[in-house]
Design a protein around this ligand. Structure first.
Ligand code: NAP
Length: 259
């Protein structure tokens, strides 16, 4: 299927690895020119070179921490006249409900709620002016069903989800859609980090921790960044213009609910 977005320009945040990279590559495969981002320059440049070589699109790589004002300023300076925005950042650390202090909550809110909101506020006006835009926020399955060890993520992402629910309906009349993609367990460095924390807690191997977690997923495996990216590209397509303010779960059936 031709997604009808060849030649569009996308900003994909936190995209040198993992799910963000999956989205960047899926958009590049559709002929979308990219601005990609990550904090580690070397990894980011290697990803940019790979995408240019494999997909023949323009790629601007901005090494910056997207959760800081300075980082966002650097990224946004390159991101004028953007058609597609994919927001993403690293997830907060695991822990217990009793562990976290005010500063921990502020850091999580900054990274996983206020950063995507600031990016949307900066880029939506241009999308409204041109009468077309696509925004995807990478959030988490924790929005639908809380993950006990990720209380910081449960909290911050719920706030972002509320903002999107209201805003998506306000910008839709201008041809701009906002939707959230909710990953369940995917095979990325983040999954290794969480498997390692679970292994340490239970004094088992990381592989055993992974097998334990795979057993809780009806698909009996972790998702891939490629699958995730393909869903993102579809939501950014011309065909997805009637999908507004949705929270789309990609979790292999892990959350057991009828709706
Ligand atoms: P990942 O494999 O660890 O990749 C994270 C990417 O984001 C890297 O390219 C990293 O590069 C970049 N990054 C992290 N913090 C950044 C920052 N402050 N500024 C700019 N770039 C940053 O993670 P992932 O699995 O793709 O996860 C992406 C998001 O989905 C996270 O918020 C995670 O919590 C959420 N999620 C993931 C899963 C899963 O199973 N993988 C499940 C639910 C939710 P640098 O380190 O070089 O900056």
């Amino acid at each position: 299927m031709d997604l009808g977005i060849k030649g569009k320009r996308a900003l994909v945040c936190a995209s040198s690895k993992g799910l963000g990279r999956g989205c960047a590559e899926a958009l590049a495969a559709e002929g979308v020119n990219l601005i990609i981002n990550g904090r580690t320059s070397e990894t980011l440049e290697a990803t940019a070179a790979h995408i240019r070589q494999h997909y023949g699109v323009d790629v601007i790589a901005i090494a910056a921490d997207i959760t800081t004002v300075e980082g966002r300023t650097a990224v946004l300076a390159a991101a004028t006249d953007i058609d597609i925005l994919v927001t993403n950042a690293g997830g907060p650390p695991p822990g217990m409900w009793s562990d976290w202090q005010r500063d921990d909550f502020i850091a999580a809110l900054d990274a996983n709620m206020l950063t995507p909101i600031a990016l949307m506020q900066a880029l939506i006006p241009h999308m409204i002016n041109q009468g077309w835009g696509r925004i995807i926020n990478i959030t988490s399955g924790s929005v639908k069903a809380p993950i006990p060890v990720l209380g910081l993520s449960n909290s911050a992402r719920a706030g972002l989800t509320g903002f999107v629910a209201g805003t998506a309906r306000q910008v839709a009349p201008h041809g701009v859609t906002i939707n959230n993609l909710l990953p369940g367990l995917h095979a990325t460095d983040r999954a290794v980090e969480l498997d390692s924390a679970a292994a340490k807690k239970q004094s088992i191997t990381v592989d055993d921790a992974k097998q334990q977690r795979c057993a809780t997923i009806p698909s009996r495996r972790y998702g891939t960044a490629q699958e995730f990216g393909a869903s993102c590209a579809y939501l950014c397509s011309q065909h997805a213009g009637f999908i507004v303010g949705q929270n789309i779960l990609l979790d292999g059936g892990a959350i057991n609910s009828t709706l």
